[in-house]
Ligand binder design. Structure first.
Ligand code: INI
Length: 172
């Protein structure tokens, strides 16, 4: 039996970070935590590219464009949507999440959801380096874990699936 489980070994390769400027005080702190976590896990700053977008709603398109270039092992998405601040919270937060998921599924590259969705500014600050850790740092670790996991799956020993058998015909 093979067990696939990502680890936090230095993965090699370049990583892209998409950061939303909206609520910049929070997202700059997420970015700082993200970069710091990458560097401390063996991904130096010169292996990181950062793209700034206006708001979280714009994150998925740029994440997908970056993932499609084939230059990156993974793309980390950072943003901050605060319910108290906006009537269209649900649209922005929901579409950001759906779009980030879609970018990963469409490209086969890990696209990590590091967009905070909170009830208040205080909650957001707490998750950007104050009382509740730094979600940007967590997103960097998730990216590394996913890259290592996908690497293990790609390199696993064993014969390819017997696609010529009738029961696999639908996959051919
Ligand atoms: N964008 C955010 O990233 N966070 C928010 O809290 C937010 N609010 O409050 O509206 C927000 N809005 C901007 C949105 O992401 C787009 O930039 C805008 O709608 C233009 O498409």
């Amino acid at each position: 039996m093979n067990i696939f489980e990502g680890n936090f070994a230095p993965p090699g390769g370049r990583f892209a970070i998409v950061a939303a400027r909206f609520n910049a005080m929070v997202t700059e702190a997420l970015l700082a935590g993200c970069r710091d976590a990458f560097v401390r896990h063996g991904v130096p700053d010169d292996q990181l590219d950062v793209a700034w977008v206006p708001g979280s709603f714009e994150v998925p398109l740029v994440a997908r464009k970056l993932a499609e270039t084939g230059r990156y092992a993974a793309v980390v998405c950072l943003g901050c949507v605060i319910r108290g601040e906006t009537g269209h919270y649900d649209h922005v937060a929901g579409q950001a999440a759906a779009g980030v998921l879609q970018a990963g599924l469409a490209t086969g590259i890990p696209v990590i959801f590091g967009v905070l969705t909170t009830e208040s500014v205080e909650q957001a600050l707490n998750r950007a380096g104050l009382k509740a850790g730094n979600k940007g740092a967590e997103a960097a670790l998730t990216a590394i874990e996913m890259v290592n996991l996908l690497g293990q799956i790609a390199e696993a020993p064993g014969p390819p699936a017997p696609r010529d058998e009738p029961r696999y015909a639908a996959l051919a």
